[in-house]
Unconditional design. Structure first.
Length: 74
């Protein structure tokens, strides 16, 4: 019997196209887009600042994504 499993390691093609369309709008997307961009920037800044205050944790500020890479020294 054939195996019918599918593994996905990234965003679906429709999500990628929707994201691209939103990025192409930029701030021209109106007040709702500007509000969301500001909220995500504030969250990013808060997390970078908070992790930066922890002893033994080094974090780089993400520029274009919502993932944080950190180095933790034990």
């Amino acid at each position: 019997m054939p195996c019918l499993l599918q593994y996905t390691s990234g965003a679906s093609s429709i999500s990628q196209k929707a994201g691209l369309a939103a990025l192409n709008l930029g701030y021209a997307g109106g007040e709702a887009v500007s509000t969301m961009v500001k909220a995500f920037q504030e969250r990013r800044d808060y997390l970078v600042r908070s992790f930066g205050e922890l002893s033994g944790v080094k974090i780089s500020e993400p520029q274009v994504c919502l993932q944080y890479l950190s180095r933790i020294y034990i």
